[in-house]
Design a protein around this ligand. Sequence first.
Ligand code: GLN
Length: 231
Amino acid sequence: TPVNAAEQTYTIGTDVTFPPFEYANKSNKYVGIDIDIMNAIAKAEGFKVNIKPLGFNAAVQSLEANQIDGVIAGMSITPERKAKFAMSNPYYKSGVVGAVKTGSKYHTLNSLRGQRVAVKTGTSAADYVHSIKDKYHLKVVTFDDSNNMYQDVITGNSAACFEDEPVMQYGIATGLSLKIVTKPAKSGYYGIAIAKSHANDLLPKVNAGLKKIKANGTYAKIVRKYLGNGS
Ligand code: GLN
């Protein structure tokens, strides 16, 4: 029984280190484009959200186990995910890029042949790398969060990592000693994943809220807040 039918609370899982979409700021508060979008949608549609930074794969697994109601985590809309979850309408375009340490001798995908590369568990970047690993004889190592994956490249353990382009660009702009060396692959859009059990209540609210915040300028304002006017 709902405590208050007008203000239902939904638990939404998210990633831990995925700036500018979700990350802990200097005061250790979770902020980012996804956090603001989710809160703005909830406000527009009259529900409450409890956002849990679980890590990307853990959040997706929790959603699959019906332990949480949704995931907002720069999560790409894919046919596999559409089969498992109720995916919202698209909200942000992305693709997968490879990045190496600044000053590295690797400048192309081809030059990475035979090397060790780092990916994050359960991501479209990991899927992409698994799809090319035989062709390029890559040794793939996996990490649970993006920051540990970047550090593996910066310390020289891996020759490259594969990450979503807007996240890699933001990380480099804010100080990571990495450089993008491949063109975006697997381009597509981010969506909010909702448990299928909420396909008839939360999903329509999320889509309606997304439409409202795009129409009234809130969405653009959120993106500008994190990416500036050049976005
Ligand atoms: N967009 C990628 C995916 O959906 C990565 C998401 C993430 O790392 N938070 O798999």
